[in-house]
Each structure stands twice: as C-alpha cells, then as structure tokens.
Design a protein around this ligand. Structure first.
Ligand code: SF4
Ligand code: SF4
Length: 430
C-alpha cells in the first residue's frame, strides 16, 4: 500500500487578516516571456495608460495595466515562474477606472457562448488550475465531439497554499456564477464541484444552475488530492450511477480563483488586474491574504504584510510542494501568483543533489504508479538503446506533475521537473 502524506502548512496560522493592498507608485507588468513571440506589446515609453487598458495582446489573451499612469519604459525582467521576458514599468498618475468605483453587474444569461468566450479573452482570464493558460483558448480547443464536463476545484492542490479555499469561503456565490458562465461557454454536460472534505458544503450550492451538478469531497490536507487524477478517480468511485462517472482528463478543470475571475470578466466586465495572494512565512511580522495590483513587487508585498522580522533565505511562489523558488525580491506579481512564502535561512534544508541511493521512496509514493527514478535515468541517458527503458520512457505522459517524488527523495534529485521535460518531449513527438 502506498503511504499517504499528511501535509498541513505550519505557517498558515500566521494568516490573521485579509486586506486590500496599497496602490504602489510604480508597477512592473509582465507582458511576455522571451519565448512568447505571439504576444504583441502595444505601448512604449511615454504613453499614458488607463487602469485596465490593454497594453499587450495575442490571439488568445490580453494583458492590462493595473493602474492608470505613464509608461516609464519597457524593461527586461525576471518573472515569478522563473522565466524572463519583457515588462512595462508604469508610474501611477491620473484617475482610476475600476478601483473604488461601484461596478454594475451585467446580465449574462442571454449571452451566446461565443460572446462569453470573447469577454473571457478581453478580460485576460487565465485558468490557474495547473500550468496557467488562457481560459478562452482552452474552451475553444475542447474536443466537442463528446459530452464535456466542467470540474471546479474549490481548494488548492498544494496544502501549504490556502488561496483557493480562502476565495471559496469569501466569494462562493460569485464562484458559482463564474462556474455557471464557464459551463455555458463550453456547453458543458454538467458541473462537478470538488470540495474539501474538511469543510461543510453550503446547502444551496446546487441552486441556480442550468446544467446538472454533482459534488465530490476530497481531503485537501492529504497530498496529492487535488490533481485531475484524484478527482477523476473519486468521481468514478462515488458517482458511478450518474453521468459524472464519465468525467475524465479531457474535460475542463478550473479552480476557484479562475471561476472568480470569470465572474469579474463577464458580469462586471472588469479585467484581471488584481490577484488574491497569500503572503506568509516565518520571516514576516504577520501573514495575510492580500488583494494586490498585478505588477506589485514581492518586496512591496512583504511590506504590506507588516515587513520582515528576519531576512528571507528563500522565496517560494505558489506553494511548498508544487511551487518554485525565486531569489530576486523585486520580481513582480503576475496573474498566476497565488501565494508567496518568505522562508528564513534557519529553515532551509540542504538542497544539494546527491546520487540516488535506491531507497525506493519515489516508486512507493507515485500516485499514478510510475517509477520516477527510472524515468530520471531515461532522461539523463537520452541516447540509450535499451528497449525496456524506451517503453518505460513513454509512461512519462502519465505524470501529473504532483512533485510528490521530489518531496520524498532524500538525495534531493529534481525528479518531477525532469520527468515533466521528458513528458513534454513525448507529447511533442505525437
Ligand atoms: S511528479 Fe509525476 S512521477 Fe513524481 S510522484 Fe507525481 S506523478 Fe509520480
Ligand atoms: S527517492 Fe531519490 S534516492 Fe530514493 S530511489 Fe527515488 S530517486 Fe533514488
């Protein structure tokens, strides 16, 4: 039997407040990664911009200025996902179009799917369920020859992060509306909500939907329990007498943050210019979930959470298990950032990679039964002619990128990152 990992964040107890962040005097809005040739930058130094104005776009997405002001420059910047690229540095000036304004809710029920998809694109809605992708493009690319379901996960896949659960608790009705709108846009057969079994399910949760709905409950404190694999297998087990037994990996999976942003983009016609971010870690004087303007720096975030009581040794973005670490405290917050943890030097473990000691931990923990160590060897010996390894290599496509193998490896081998590269190569071969 595989071990079950209980992982409860040791520092979420620091979350003592929820606040709207202050408006920074300058923001640095990530526009495009170096590899994203398809994105066109629409502004230059000296241009005046409004809050919410589109300043870069591609066929699939729009990127907006989060404040009104003047473009100081287009700069080269590091991003929160460890990539680098171009960003617009904007100095605050002028009046706000959205902040502090009462925005009237627009009627959406008479809108055609194509009109909703257009508003999702104009609002720059990213689906942050796993690797961030424009939601409108995902809907357009769904295989509609079969019935498709919408799955809405109401908690974070990484138990060290509380942002999705927090958003669910505070904006549940808006998330329901965002889910209903998304279901309309994709013409879904039904909506499956994945709840955290540690929380009670609101009694009225199924009211007001035009499609069939169902619930699965998974323990969000157990890891992994928030990826497609676990949600699909729970649905197959617990909903076997309903249409939801057919939910699978080709359906659309979104999280609560994405559903909330759909509500904002379609009902309020407000672009994605803020992010709800859990700011935590033992370096800080206090923890908080802060609503901040995109383009706010990590340094400004820390200041908003009461500042540092000790110097951070490491900054972790988007969770201790599935996230990544960055070293630059002036990196700007982008739309896909959900949490930032400032970890002191005293809590850092030795991260130096050692040789595999054949302990078998990675093999025992993999929720989809892969052999991470063998896959790692396949990648490292790319030119091997071993037919058995060639067969095993193909199993990389099943990896859910849950990172559990990394967390149990005593030799600190970057297994999941390497398997993700192998998986990408296999998918591109098809
Ligand atoms: S990251 Fe992939 S290989 Fe590693 S435990 Fe998760 S599913 Fe298995
Ligand atoms: S957990 Fe690490 S050390 Fe143990 S078998 Fe897997 S790769 Fe090797």
């Amino acid at each position: 039997m595989r071990p079950i990992y209980k992982f409860v964040s040791e520092d979420t107890g620091l979350i003592t407040k929820t606040v709207s962040g202050f408006i920074p005097e300058t923001v640095v809005i990530p526009l495009k990664k170096s590899s994203q040739d398809e994105i066109e930058i629409l502004v230059k130094a000296g241009d005046k911009v409004k809050e919410g104005q589109v300043i870069a776009k591609s066929q699939d997405t729009c990127i907006h200025s989060s404040i009104p002001g003047t473009v100081v420059n287009i700069i080269h910047s590091k991003f929160a996902d460890e990539n680098e690229g171009y960003a617009a540095k904007i100095r605050l000036e002028g009046v706000f179009s959205f902040t502090g304004k009462k925005i009237i809710e627009k009627e959406w029920k008479s809108k055609e799917p194509s009109a909703i998809i257009f508003l999702m694109k104009e609002g720059g809605v990213l689906n942050t369920y796993s690797s961030p992708e424009p939601l409108n493009a995902q809907i357009k690319n769904l295989d509609k020859t079969k019935d498709r379901f919408l799955v809405v996960r109401l908690y974070s896949e990484d138990p060290s992060r509380i942002t999705d659960a927090f958003v669910t608790e505070h904006y549940f009705e808006k998330i329901k509306t965002g889910a209903a709108i998304t279901a309309r846009a994709m013409e879904a057969k039904g909506i499956l909500f994945a709840f955290d079994s540690n929380k009670s399910i609101p009694q009225n949760f199924a009211d007001g939907f035009e499609t069939e709905t169902a619930v699965v409950s998974l323990d969000a404190k157990n890891y992994p329990n928030g990826f497609m694999h676990e949600i699909v297998s729970t649905a197959k087990k617990t909903l076997k007498n309903s249409i939801f037994k057919n939910v699978g990996n080709r359906d659309l999976f979104i999280d609560s943050v994405t559903a909330l942003n759909v509500y904002n983009a379609v009902v309020l016609e407000k672009p994605e210019i803020t992010a709800e971010i859990q700011v935590t870690g033992d370096c800080l004087n206090a923890g908080a979930v802060i609503t901040v303007k995109t383009g706010t720096s990590l340094r400004q975030l820390a200041e908003q959470a009461g500042g540092f009581k000790r110097e951070p040794g490491k900054i972790i973005i988007n969770g201790k298990i599935t996230g990544n670490s960055v070293s630059d405290i002036d990196i700007p917050v982008s739309k896909d950032v959900k949490s930032v943890a400032f970890i002191p030097f005293s809590q850092l473990h030795n991260q130096t990679e050692q040789n595999c000691i054949r302990c078998g931990n990675c093999l025992n923990c993999c929720p989809v039964g892969l052999s991470p160590e063998t896959l790692y060897r396949c990648f490292k010996n790319k030119d091997h002619n071993n037919s058995e390894l060639q067969l095993i290599e193909k199993t990389a496509v099943l990896c859910t990128e849950c990172s559990l193998c990394n967390t149990v490896c005593p030799s600190r081998i970057p297994l999941s990152q390497t398997i993700a590269l192998l998986k990408k190569g296999k998918i591109n071969e098809k």
